[in-house]
Design a protein around this ligand. Sequence first.
Ligand SMILES: *[C@@H]1O[C@H](CO)[C@@H](O)[C@H](O)[C@H]1NC(C)=O
Length: 350
Amino acid sequence: MSSLSLLLLLLPFFLIQSSIASTTTTPSVQTLNTKPTIFNPKLPPRTLSSSKKFEGSSDLVQLRYHMGPVLSSTPINIYLIWYGRWALPQKLLIKDFLHSISTTDLRAAPSPSVAEWWRTVSLYTDQTGANVSRSVVVAGEHADLKYSHGKQLTRLSVQQVIANAVRSAPFPVDHKNGIYLILTSEDVAMQDFCRAVCGFHYFTFPSMVGYTLPYAWIGNSGKQCPEVCAYPFALPGYMAGGGPGALSPPNKDVGVDGMISVIGHELAELSSNPLVNAWYAGEDPTAPTEIGDLCEGLYGTGGGGGYIGQVMRDREGRTFNVNGRKGRKFLVQWLWSPELKACAGPNAMD
Ligand SMILES: *[C@@H]1O[C@H](CO)[C@@H](O)[C@H](O)[C@H]1NC(C)=O
């Protein structure tokens, strides 16, 4: 709660700062903390054309429960569909992130960890009092190497990609615990990609897939629009000149490191709002504002109103805010906490 009131207190200041920042092209990196590994890059969050950003101010937020299910079955089985050409290291990086969600062993992933980050999601319950599961596994993978539906996908053709995948044994239809993640390689275009979305989640229609299955799509923006969807690892042209430059990605892959935060955003929303009738803010169910949307662009304490907040930097200059398995580091956005009624993450400073 104290971080929230601090945020609200500082909001006018941030707003002034960000309006100044928008007229200058040289945002400066400033180290606010005595700990050498914490720093506070003065970078405004990426802006999409959507008006979904509330930036942590609880006055505007009326997150409500609409009586539908959450993903409470244990474990949550993730089925991955690798659409297009994926390099093995990229697949391993994404799978290490997903496997880290359930890793609670401090030796495997020291605090602040991905599992601690997921704790915020597990605070959401359904009307029976069942929480979102804390256990998440990769239950199956399917490679759509031949771009079965071409290199330009739409929100509907993505469902056909899933239909294809679940027809190919041994990739199952798991309508009890399953969620489906379609990950497209950097040469695949998606309806509204870059312009309005970096990822989305929904559920399949029985008429197209045979079942109602929660799914999410996330694209590798590395070639198409890293400054939008892999921000802050790439900066838009108007900010790049003379400034401190983009932050260094934790795993040296701008596109995939940027995707990790979008995957986290979609997974959190998929779990707390799988059929788009559980947890969201706003009156319009066709444009729900969900627990990831509320905190988009926020990665640490002091973020909001134009700044990403305090994050960590390792000796090699790589930026991150959570630890995962096998010594991995990731930068993931914060999520709306129903407990704090504010955006929360395990790297909070208080
Ligand atoms: C379940 O959610 C409730 C309400 O947010 C929370 O108080 C409780 O700690 C959660 N339980 C678990 C096991 O996460």
